[in-house]
Design a protein around this ligand. Sequence first.
Ligand SMILES: [Zn+2]
Length: 89
Amino acid sequence: MNQPDGLLDGIRQKILAGTLPKQNCRMTWYGPGTGGICVACDQPIVADDVEVECDLPNGGTIRLHRRCYDIWAAEWPSCEGPDLPASGA
Ligand SMILES: [Zn+2]
């Protein structure tokens, strides 16, 4: 697997910016890509890719490539946004 370094950075930036949520999916669905735009990398999810459709606890739905979903799911718990209260400083 050849994963561009920029993908991880881009996803972390979106988590920090709030474009990607910091919460677990309520439900996830895996299927073939339908040409929709991945919220994580802004690239279309083509039929050769696996599309993950993710229902969020607040009712929203996002679509990502499977590789993007895997990175996002691994990264968001360790991403701290600027809106968190400072503690101990
Ligand atoms: Zn993607």
